[in-house]
Write a protein that binds this ligand. Structure first.
Ligand code: ADP
Ligand code: MG
Length: 701
């Protein structure tokens, strides 16, 4: 049993601010509770004798054994809410649902009030929902501690929503359909309890089969990923995350910062957490229904059985648009279908048993294809005819599904003739849709969830690195009073075992000459200045400088920097070994810190066209080896790295290791706000970090 089990299954609930004033929230809550709750409802209101037939206590402390009150629902005005919660906490009440609004959502006074509220909740270790919540529901005990106007019917979906209005809309919608719920919570401002807490709770709840959520943000991305990963092994989590773009995004100094914004952090974080993300409310509930009603398929191959050619083709098209594939039947299946079906029928997938098919013909066709080892799921598509009863067909489908254990969705295409059949199917947890694309899409989520369950989470590797040296480099920047670091900080990468070309940053032409002589070949020279973000843009990079030109190039580079910005701080010139770009590919490896999810790694095609091509992928760090490898698979230019057009493939393992090493660096140092290694040149012999740029937050050091 989870920590929140009494919140959802209380025996005594006190309404603090209970009233019978017409049209008030306090009245709605009290009356909703009285309507269906199995336990005791207690009214607290010092200004009232009674409310809706309940005696009103002055204080929750005046109630008999107040410590046995399981939940206090707070509906008093905001200026007295915190005191009321303090009293409830002091009385030993553990669960508090704060309906009252006027906190963080309303400006600075409200935000201050919310801080007070949080302090009180922490003092008493309260399980606090809200504030600014519509309330909570739990159907097994008839708990409706909300001010909505609909009580949910019983079911196995638990649902959380950051929008209270959306809860009421969903309840209204669900009342029309056969969608039932176990628990519902309106999260409100999430001062204490957030999505992670409810996911953890429902993960332990045997009565919750599917967790649904409507979220606008995630309070703690790291914790969310950790909790959800575990829960989703047994209980699917389906989420709508509304795309609230972050106005707070500051002008990024790195390519990674520009490309890896918060929307991508959510996308990556929710994926890494093992949640199924959906775009629409319809998908949210379609997926919930099929995930709770049908078993998971063993493979991705789908069989279609239909009495109508056109809809059969539509279904086939939908399969083409999904990640599923049409099953290829075994010979025995084809032989049998040939025997039992009329000559005009199509025995190949999609199986068309033609327009005059009664339910019995569906039965025999279904039984045959479901017995085929190549069939992992099926969709039954039927149009109404004079010889077909949808109700009979529904019974056939239910029986075949239950006997075979193969997941099925149906498309009974019709209106009024569907009714009775629909009930039979719903009862058995078989989803039915008018549109075959929805049926296929729903079956596809079973495949997706099976993949999530099959994932193995590996711990991120911990390489042997020189953390102290890295810290010194970051601190020396602080001493220079700069937040921007460039190639002068290349040793940072070296400290974490990320290969860099030979070279150094020097301040005089003769020192430059000495380095070039040491390298003993043509070199690359770059201007080093915190005021110059993109060196090549101002002619600050000279590639292939021969030994006799090193001194002159040094002078040229400094002049170009001065021409660009007269008072630019020039730290010196970097003299660097040439990297063979002919056999290599310029990639980018970077990090941007997301307010919710923390360090977000980006990997993609790099070089100077990086933001033009935008071929990259992101992951929340730290990443494990398989996750780092996935990043390579993700990008569209992966074939380029793997040796397209006769090129030699690059050293993939070295790339994967470098991604993990950077992951470790940015996880170890929260002070690194954003970072680009662009290019990270990948060659058949390994990788070389050729350029570096990062921004640090000195306060985090
Ligand atoms: P910036 O990104 O500030 O313009 P870079 O150091 O990334 O500066 O250099 C720009 C480009 O010059 C790189 O994308 C790469 O094509 C080339 N380049 C830089 N350093 C080397 C090197 N050591 N070997 C070969 N080419 C290099
Ligand atoms: Mg660069």
């Amino acid at each position: 049993m989870g920590r929140l089990s009494t919140l959802f299954a209380p025996e005594r609930v006190a309404v603090i601010g209970a009233t019978d004033s017409e049209g008030s929230v306090g009245r709605a809550i009290t009356s909703n509770l009285l309507e269906s709750f199995d336990g005791e409802v207690i009214a607290v209101n010092p200004y009232k004798e009674s409310a809706l037939g309940l005696h009103c206590y002055d204080e929750v402390t005046s109630v008999e054994s107040p410590e046995t009150v399981d939940v206090a629902v707070v509906v008093v005005p905001p200026d007295v809410a915190v005191d009321a919660i303090e009293t409830a906490g002091g009385a030993g009440i553990e669960n508090v649902v704060v309906i009252t609004a006027g906190f963080g959502e309303t400006g600075s006074e409200g935000a201050a009030r919310e801080r007070e509220l949080r302090a009180v909740a922490e003092k008493y270790d309260l399980n606090l929902v809200g504030p600014n919540s519509l309330g909570v529901m739990s159907t097994p005990v008839g708990l409706n501690a909300t001010f909505g106007n609909e009580m949910a019917t019983e079911g196995d979906i638990s649902f959380m929503s950051q929008s209270g209005a959306f809860v009421t809309a969903v309840l209204d919608w669900a009342a029309e359909r056969d969608v039932g719920f176990k628990d519902i919570v309106s999260l409100g401002n999430k001062a204490i309890l957030d999505e992670g807490d409810f996911i953890a709770e429902w993960g332990e709840d045997p009565e919750t089969d599917v967790i649904l959520g409507y979220l606008e943000d995630i309070s703690d991305g790291t914790e969310f990923i950790e909790t959800a990963r575990e829960v989703t092994q047994d209980t699917p989590i389906v989420l709508v995350k509304s795309g609230r773009t972050d106005a707070g995004a500051t002008a990024a100094a790195s390519h990674t910062g520009a490309m890896a914004g918060s929307e991508r952090a959510y996308e990556a974080g929710l994926e890494q957490a093992g949640t199924v993300r959906v775009e629409s409310v319809q998908q949210l509930f379609d997926y919930a229904q099929i995930l709770s009603g049908q078993p998971l398929p063993e493979g991705d191959e789908i069989a279609i059985v239909t009495n109508a050619g056109g809809p059969g083709v539509m279904t086939t098209d939908a399969v083409g648009d999904s990640e599923l594939s049409l099953a290829e039947f075994e010979d025995a299946t084809l032989d049998r279908l040939g025997e039992v079906l009329p000559d005009e029928a199509n025995i190949y997938n999609p199986v068309d048993i033609i327009g005059d098919a009664p339910a019995e013909r569906f039965e025999i066709a279904l039984e045959t294809v479901l017995a085929d080892d190549n069939v992992s799921m099926a969709v039954v598509v039927a149009c109404p005819t004079a010889v077909l009863s949808f109700e009979e067909l529904a019974s056939v489908v239910v029986e075949q599904q239950q006997e075979s254990g193969v997941p099925i969705a149906t498309t009974l295409m019709g209106g009024k003739s569907v009714g009775a059949g629909q009930d039979v199917l719903s009862e058995a947890g078989i989803p039915n849709y008018f549109d075959p694309a929805r049926a296929v899409d729903s079956l596809d989520v079973l495949r997706e969830y099976r993949g999530i369950q099959a994932r193995e989470f590996e711990e991120p590797a911990a390489f042997d690195v020189d953390r102290e040296r890295a810290r010194e480099i970051l601190e020396s920047a602080t001493r220079r009073n700069t937040n921007r670091l460039g190639v002068e900080a290349m040793d940072l990468l070296d400290a974490y075992g990320i290969p860099t070309p030979q070279g150094d940053v020097v301040t005089t032409p003769s020192e430059a000459q000495a380095i070039a002589d040491e390298i003993g070949d043509d070199v690359v020279m770059k201007i080093v200045s915190p005021d110059i973000l993109h060196k090549s843009d101002i002619g600050g990079v000279e590639v292939g400088v021969s030994p006799e030109n090193v001194r002159d190039t040094f002078e040229d580079l400094v002049v170009r920097a001065r021409n660009y910005q007269r008072d630019a701080t020039v730290l010196g010139v970097q003299v660097q070994e040439m990297v063979d770009l002919d056999s290599g590919t310029e990639t980018i490896l970077g990090m941007n810190r997301d307010p919710q999810f923390g360090p977000l790694l980006l990997f993609g095609l790099g070089g100077i066209f990086v933001e033009v091509l935008e071929d990259n992928t992101v992951r929340v760090a730290p990443v494990s080896e398989p996750e780092a490898r996935e990043m390579l698979d993700d990008i569209e230019s992966a074939p380029l790295l793997r040796g397209a057009r006769g090129r030699e493939p690059v050293d993939e393992d070295a790339l994967v290791e470098t991604v993990q090493r950077l992951s470790q660096l940015v996880t170890d140092f929260p002070a690194i706000v954003e970072l680009d290694i662009n290019p990270l040149v990948a060659t058949p012999d390994g990788v070389q970090a050729v350029d570096l740029r990062l921004t640090i937050d000195q306060d985090e050091l």
